[in-house]
Design a protein around this ligand. Structure first.
Ligand code: TXA
Ligand code: MG
Length: 316
């Protein structure tokens, strides 16, 4: 039976919390993308996440918390985490920190690693759910493994409707791209995944330079080359769309010729483009087109994360 979509009233939040407490999966809105949520301390519920997504079990999940106080129950906090949480939490920054000795987080959620990726989401619905459950919530993006991340409740239903108890409709995600992932395990902080919190903003907040990650021992889905993949080929930096292609444009000087064109942002706003990216890829993912051509996107600010996701989609 397909999961029902509920509005964000107190009753549906109570339903989500009750279901999570019983070990069921819930489609939960966050400001970045929709999450497939489970009680992070319930090993069996976390196992359901991997089964529903068909996600490889060596790929650890992010644990969502209400703030620094809850985070400290699960990870070993440090000065960098303190500075970054003060500046970017609640919000789209995930920090990887050492697991603390009495951490109740499921070992499956962390793929058996002795570290935990943790973030405090900004979306009011996610915050209410976490606070009412009063426990960390493990939540990967609510798509089947390797597919485009969902940015609306309807996307979640399309992807995983059969596996979830309910979906809470918190509206379209305002950021639209998954959180920035930063490792605080080594001598220097290392950026593992680009997101809307940029490398430059993190460096400014910390007052030190950070490294580009990549030599981490784990293979994360967000770091796998082929990810976010539509079912048809993607061609990047294309200024000459063909008449059987769909075209993803950006800005107000767009070339003609595509069978169908969708614009990420007419006014050339990178934040607006990020918010529209996954829904646009989803809308154009049709055998009606020979492929999707994409206009060049400026490699600055959140454009870095947009280009990262596009490159992975193109690799598919
Ligand atoms: O915005 C987001 O982060 C969304 C929303 C739902 O919060 N979640 C999300 O989760 O994108 P997911 O599972 O699709 O991506 C989690 C990323 C992966 O790249 C994973 O490898 C990395 O976080 N990660 C998780 N635990 C880690 C750890 N202990 N060490 C290094 N990377 C880790
Ligand atoms: Mg994902």
């Amino acid at each position: 039976m397909a999961a029902e979509i509920f509005d964000t009233n107190d009753e549906s939040i109570a339903r989500a919390v009750k279901n999570l407490g019983c070990g069921a999966l819930v489609g939960m809105p966050t400001e970045t993308v929709y999450g497939l949520a489970a009680d992070a301390t319930n090993e069996k519920a976390v196992a359901e996440i991997f089964a529903a997504k068909n996600r490889p079990e060596f790929n650890p999940l992010i644990v969502h918390v209400s703030g620094a106080d809850m985070a400290k129950k699960y990870v070993i906090w440090n000065d960098r985490a303190e500075k970054l949480a003060a500046k970017f939490w609640p919000g789209p920054l995930t920090m990887v920190l050492p697991r603390c000795a009495d951490s109740a987080v499921s070992f499956l959620a962390t793929a058996g690693l002795d570290s935990i990726a943790i973030r405090s989401p900004k979306h009011p619905v996610a915050r209410k759910i976490i606070m009412a459950l009063d426990r960390g919530i493990a939540a990967p993006s609510a798509n089947r493994s390797g597919r485009i991340s969902p940015t609306t409740a309807q996307h979640v239903k399309e992807e995983l409707g059969d596996a979830i108890s309910c979906i809470i409709d918190g509206g379209p995600c305002s950021v639209g791209i998954e959180s920035t992932v930063l490792s605080l395990l080594g001598d220097k902080p290392a950026l593992l995944r680009a997101g809307s919190v940029t490398k430059e903003e993190i460096e400014a907040a910390l007052g030190e330079t950070i490294e580009q990650g990549g030599d981490e021992k784990i293979l994360s889905p967000g770091q796998m080359l082929s990810h976010y993949a539509p079912g048809i080929p993607i061609r990047l930096n294309a200024m000459n769309p063909k008449n059987d292609e769909a075209y993803i444009a950006f800005g107000n000087k767009i070339p003609f010729g595509a069978k169908k064109t969708m614009n990420l942002s007419n006014r050339g706003d990178l934040k607006e483009a990020a918010a529209n990216l996954f829904a646009t890829m989803r809308a154009l993912d049709s055998k009606e087109f020979s492929g999707i051509a994409v206009m060049p996107i400026p490699e600055k600010d959140i454009g870095v994360a947009i280009n990262d996701r596009l490159r992975r989609a193109a690799h598919g």
